[in-house]
Design a binder for this molecule. Structure first.
Ligand code: SF4
Length: 427
């Protein structure tokens, strides 16, 4: 920090972000899931599937198939500080430095047979993914399905780019619905499991309830001081990614909401009213090996109050539809994911959030691994700065590869960002 830096930018030592008490429930939910995942992969009569973000994991629960999530396992490797050695192992096999670090972490985790608590994952009955967010999900599962000798199902999802009109969207939906039906046949033939419409609607209803609660949590984050920080949502997203359609996540989110309402009634935030100086949006996947970064931000009074990434996992489902109509809605959801929004739509989305959440700044994680989510970030930054007059930090880093993170330069940039927000607030 320069000597003339404004007083507001100085980082008071060690501010504590208060976690919601019920996030402790995850200490049971996650180990239970991991234990189950170990058992399911060992029992020959149980059926399991590897799935990715963007894949409707509800389809697994509809068929009573246990979903395993290699991306989530890669996050575990990051938080347990073993991702780098797994990535380097994958690179030693010839996978390029430029490839996604989740993918390489998984190659390393399987190759080195690491345990579940370090991001290991068992062999599935089959792999299923989509290209709705990235092509990595396709090539990754092709590579690993081949290695395990298990079948792979890919949903091919068209991108609804600018100018996609209604008739074209209808064609896209027809195309995806046909693939849903293929998937039902694929699972039936492979596992002998029968599809039940009753189960389909019951899982859909529970999944929507989970999303409804998730959205309600984000509504409360608009309040000053925010009762919920990213430190809570980055962990609490677990049931949204892996357990939608089950009761366990619903109970957990109801408990979170109870804590939140209690905080709001008492006027208490994740930081205190006096401590919360800068409300910030963080876009992208966090650096799992460096969660401390978010605590360091908080030491300057900067708290993450909204993340498009975590919010995007909980789209509401339309209920009360016929089976065919419900399939069309699910297809539309797979096509219309925030990560395939056009630049124009993304700018409108972000600027609305700036107003609603009374934001003072934005951090866009320009993630070396996840190029699809970073496309257009420079234009997004320029548009928001021009339209909303708040600083936007385009932060070059990587979510699972610690080689992309250097403490000194990162701290310098963080302080510069804080100074910009402090100066801006004086205007
Ligand atoms: S490229 Fe991005 S979306 Fe795809 S697997 Fe990697 S991190 Fe996930």
């Amino acid at each position: 920090m320069t000597e003339s830096a404004p007083a507001a930018a100085k980082g008071p030592s060690q501010m504590r972000v208060d976690r919601l008490p019920s996030t402790k429930m995850l200490n049971k939910i996650i180990p239970n899931y991991l234990l189950k995942s170990k058992l399911m992969a060992m029992l020959p009569w149980k059926k399991t599937a590897w799935v990715t973000a963007g894949f409707p994991v509800e389809l697994c629960y509809m068929f009573d198939i246990f979903p395993m999530h290699p991306e989530n396992a890669a996050c575990v490797s990051g938080t347990q500080k073993v991702s780098q050695e797994l990535i380097e192992y994958a690179e030693s096999l010839g996978f390029s430095r430029d490839l996604c670090s989740y993918f390489k972490t998984n190659i390393g985790a399987v190759g080195k047979k690491v345990g579940l608590t370090k991001g290991g994952i068992g062999k599935p009955t089959f792999c299923a993914s989509t290209n709705t967010i990235c092509d990595t999900h396709v090539k990754w599962f092709q590579v690993q399905a081949r290695k395990f000798g298990v079948p792979y199902f890919c949903f091919d999802i068209p991108s609804a780019v600018s100018g996609t009109d209604d008739p074209r969207m209808d064609e896209y939906i027809d195309y995806v619905v046909a693939q849903y039906k293929d998937f039902v046949d694929f699972v039936g033939n492979l596992t002998g499991k029968k599809f039940s419409e009753q189960k389909f609607f019951s899982v859909l209803e529970k999944s929507d309830r989970l999303c409804e609660l998730w959205h309600e949590i984000y509504e409360y984050r608009k309040i000053l001081p925010t009762p919920v920080a990213f430190q809570d949502t980055m962990a609490a997203i677990f049931p949204m990614v892996i357990l939608p359609g089950l009761d366990i996540g619903i109970k957990f989110y109801e408990a979170l909401l109870k804590d939140i309402k209690d905080r709001v009634a008492r006027g208490v935030g994740a930081l205190t009213k006096e401590q919360e100086k800068y409300r910030v949006l963080f876009e992208g996947i966090p650096m799992w090996y460096k969660i401390k970064y978010f605590h360091e931000l908080a030491n300057y009074g900067a708290i993450i109050t909204y993340e498009p990434y975590t919010y995007s996992f909980g789209p509401r489902k339309q209920l009360g539809l016929s089976y065919e109509e419900a399939l069309r809605e699910l297809a539309r959801m797979m096509i219309d994911v925030p990560y395939s929004y056009s630049l124009e739509k993304r700018i409108v989305y972000f600027e609305k959030i700036v107003d609603e959440y009374k934001l003072d700044g934005i951090i866009l994680h320009s993630n070396f691994s996840c190029r699809p989510s970073c496309t257009g970030m420079i234009d997004l930054k320029n548009a928001i700065q021009a339209d909303k007059g708040i600083p936007v930090w385009l932060m070059d880093c990587d979510m699972d590869d610690p080689r992309a993170y250097a403490d000194g330069p990162m701290k310098n940039r963080m302080e510069a960002f804080i100074e910009l927000m402090a100066e801006n607030k004086k205007k």
